[in-house]
Each structure stands twice: as structure tokens, then as C-alpha cells.
Design a protein around this ligand. Structure first.
Ligand code: SF4
Length: 155
């Protein structure tokens, strides 16, 4: 599955190309949307927007996030999530491309430990991240062409 996804993306260079480099950001967070009822079906959620991406798609809706610098760190996000624990059901990880952040698996585990379900919107180019999700009994849906939407729920 992952090989097919990679092949599909890389075979459309006119609209997608790999990013020249994706440095590990010390401030990986572009912003946080504190509340949404639209982005995590069946759940109240917030959205954590990760800056940077390993692709450069001509049709990207968030170029300012893809090419922008992070403005916040993981500690700030965890402080926010601790305050919202029990008030929100889920956390959407989006961007940009969240899987570019090297600490993502540990971050996801910390978020789940607070009781949140996690939804990861990813371009699928990091199969190791997807495998980590699968090993945590995640559900996977493939509703769009360019993004995988992975859900990770504790119940
Ligand atoms: S965020 Fe998505 S659409 Fe935008 S450049 Fe990255 S992979 Fe492409």
C-alpha cells in the first residue's frame, strides 16, 4: 500500500515534487486551532498545525504553513491539551506534514495518554510513522487522493 502511494505521488512531478530539504524544527508548531467540530468526524477536537512538509504540491492549500517557520513548541501544545483534557475528544495533527517532525511518535503517545483520540492527516511518505500508528490499533481511512487520514483512539 505504501509503495503504491509513494509511486502515485512521485509519478506526478508536474503538480508535486519533493521538498529540497526538511530540517528538524526546534519550533515545529505553526499554530493550534483550539476547537473544531468539522475535522474529526464524530468528535470535538482541536487541530495542531505542524510547519514544514516533505513535498511541494502546486495545489497545496497551506503554502504558508509548508514554507513557514514554526512559532510554538510541543511543550506549549501539551500544556494546552492538559487544560482541555475531558473537554475535547480528539486531536487532529495536520500541516504542513506532521510526520516530518521527528518526535511525532512520542508526541502521539503522550497525547493518547491524556485520553485523546488522535487523527493524523499525512501524505503517506513516512511509512514508519504509519506502521507506528498501526501498531497502536489505529483505524485507517483513505478518503482523499493526496492525504491519508489515520485515526488513533484509546477506546
Ligand atoms: S501539505 Fe499536503 S498538499 Fe501541501 S505540500 Fe505538503 S503534501 Fe502537498
Amino acid at each position: 500500500m505504501n509503495a503504491n502511494i509513494s509511486a502515485r505521488v512521485m509519478s506526478t512531478p508536474e503538480i508535486c515534487s519533493a521538498a529540497p530539504d526538511t530540517p528538524a524544527a526546534t519550533l515545529p508548531i505553526y499554530s493550534v486551532t483550539p476547537f473544531t467540530m468539522l475535522d474529526f468526524p464524530g468528535r470535538t477536537a482541536c487541530i495542531v498545525w505542524f510547519s514544514g512538509c516533505n513535498m511541494r504540491c502546486g495545489y497545496c492549500h497551506n503554502p504558508q504553513i509548508v514554507k513557514g517557520k514554526g512559532r510554538g513548541d510541543i511543550k506549549q501544545v501539551m500544556d494546552f491539551l492538559r487544560k482541555r483534557a475531558g473537554l475535547l475528544d480528539g486531536v487532529v495533527l495536520s500541516g504542513g506534514e506532521a510526520s516530518v517532525y521527528p518526535g511525532l511518535p512520542d508526541f502521539i503517545r503522550e497525547v493518547r495518554d491524556l485520553g485523546y483520540a488522535v487523527k493524523l492527516d499525512t501524505n503517506g511518505l513516512r511509512p514508519d510513522i504509519i506502521r507506528d500508528f498501526l501498531e497502536q490499533d489505529a483505524l485507517i481511512t483513505l478518503p482523499l487522493i493526496t492525504k491519508l487520514h489515520l485515526r488513533n483512539s484509546k477506546e
